[in-house]
Design a protein around this ligand. Structure first.
Ligand code: FES
Length: 112
């Protein structure tokens, strides 16, 4: 079980979620109505950029698409894409904060 704490951000107040087993961070965000905004949900727009404040080991390493996008924007290691990151199976705590950018797409929304 992983507890995910979403810090308050420009997208809303702090929230928490509990994840059982390996899961997409995206699904945890949707389930918790977390203060994280999404655009494409497909590793293209980078709207879902989050800073990992604690528990980076609870996430699997970035896959090829996420890693390529993060490299393109010159993101430091603590930055991940919430639409791509996978929470590992196991126990622990993860603390993240959405850092944007604020989407220019008027259809962008925090949750599907
Ligand atoms: S929502 Fe577009 S990259 Fe994650």
């Amino acid at each position: 079980m992983t507890t995910v704490d979403f810090a308050e951000s420009a997208a809303g107040p702090a929230k928490s979620a509990v994840i059982h087993g390996r899961a997409r961070l995206l699904d945890a965000c949707d389930d918790a109505r977390a203060p994280v905004l999404f655009g494409c949900r497909a590793a293209r727009c980078t709207t879902c950029r989050v800073e990992v404040l604690e528990g980076e080991g609870r996430l699997e390493p970035a896959g090829p698409e996420e890693a390529e996008v993060l490299a393109t924007i010159g993101a430091p290691p603590e930055i991940r894409l919430a639409c791509q990151a996978i929470v590992r199976d196991g126990a622990g705590r993860l603390r993240i904060r959405w850092i944007g950018p604020v989407p220019s797409d008027p259809d962008a929304s925090p949750h599907a």
